[in-house]
Structures are given as structure tokens and as C-alpha cells.
Write a protein that binds this ligand. Sequence first.
Ligand code: PXP
Length: 238
Amino acid sequence: MKRLGVNIDHVATLRNARGGLHPNPIIVAKEAINFGADSITIHLREDRRHIKDIDLKKLTNTKIPINLEIACDYKMMNIALKNNPKFVCLVPEKRREITTEGGLNLDKYYKKIKFIVNKLNEKKIRTSLFINPTLKDILYSKRINTNCVEIHTGKISNLIKRKKNYSSELKKIKKCASYANSLGIEVHAGHGMDYKTTRILSKITEIKEFNIGHFIIGEAISIGLKNVIKKIKKSINK
Ligand code: PXP
């Protein structure tokens, strides 16, 4: 069975828009697990634009398997070590980006990433590196000794959505997944996915985990309206 990690960052985005407590990411995380998600992903950004430190603390105090995404930074590493999530995924981070735009630069930050992965592994935290689908980055990942890689699926997702030819990107992802698997690295996929993209990518047997955020939360708002409107109509007509 392939696993699904639900990224709840945008529940926090919505909450922060009003500065209050609703919607509550902890409640949503529990609901997601009740409905079949295998883990919950949160990205604690350096600017704390959505998930806050208190969310991380509360979530890691539950039994929910938490996949914490952090930048390759020693301060963030120490936060991860202190909160002890089950999984950590290292991602590149730029202040001005709307979302994580690409994979890590493993060449430039090799030493730093290796150090952080080693520290996390020592604490038995499963490590993953968010990478572009290149064979070079798979080889770096092996040298860094990460448990998993998460292949950035933003490009293929965009091509599929825009009804463009995605076969060469799919080929690259397939090749990388197979190479990583042969080196004993577990393969995950993340970014920009929806129903169609997941159907296409799920044919790659080596991909064991899908981490999806924006589409799931957006779709929950769309198809969840029915129940909320029913409840509100009932309460205004009492
Ligand atoms: N995986 C990683 C490493 C990410 O950075 C993100 C975006 O925060 C996702 C998965 C989820 O992407 P999306 O919200 O587009 O589904």
C-alpha cells in the first residue's frame, strides 16, 4: 500500500488570516488520520507564515506520525531534535517564494545537509531530502545517507494540469525512483499533485509515499461546504 501524508500548512494559513484559533490544525490533523491519512506533514518555515512553533509542539505531543519539513539550517535542526517528530524532510527555503519552488542544492550544501541528516538519524528520526528528479541528486542522497528522498513533482504536475506533454518528466522521475530504490533509498513524491497527477505517478511502483497539501485542503473546502451550510441553516432557523 502506498502511504498518504497530508500537509496541513494551509489550514494554518486560513487560521492566521483572522488571527484566531479556527480552523484548528490539531483537530484537522486528527480528522485526517481518522479518515485514512498515514501521516501529517507540516512545514515550519523560518518566517512562520503558517505553521507556528506551538502547532509543532502540540502535534508532536499526540500519537500522530508527524513529518516535519524544515530548511537546512542549524536552528531548525535543533527545533526538530527538541520536538522529536517521527520524520523530517529537509527542503530549500526562500523568503519570498509562495511555495517550495524546487529541490535542494545537494552539491552546494552537501556538508551541512550531511551533518544535519546524521544528527537526525542519531535520534532515530527518519530523514528525507526534497530533491529534483536527477540521477546526480540520487547519488548525493546516497552519500549523505538519508533514509528517503522526496521527488519534487511540481514540474510534472504543472505540465499535466496545462495538458502539455509530460512524458520526458515522467521518464526522469521513473529513472530516479528506480535508481534510488536500487540504492536502498525509499522514494516519496510531493508538490502540486491532485487526482490526475496521483493516478499517473502511482504507477511508479518505487514511490511509496505521497505528500499532498494544497489540493487536499482546497478540495476539502469545496466539497465540505455541503455539510457546513446545512448546519448553519439549521442553526439560523432554530
Ligand atoms: N512536499 C514538500 C517537501 C513540500 O514542500 C510541499 C509544499 O509545502 C508539499 C510536499 C506539498 O505540496 P502541495 O501543497 O502543492 O501539495
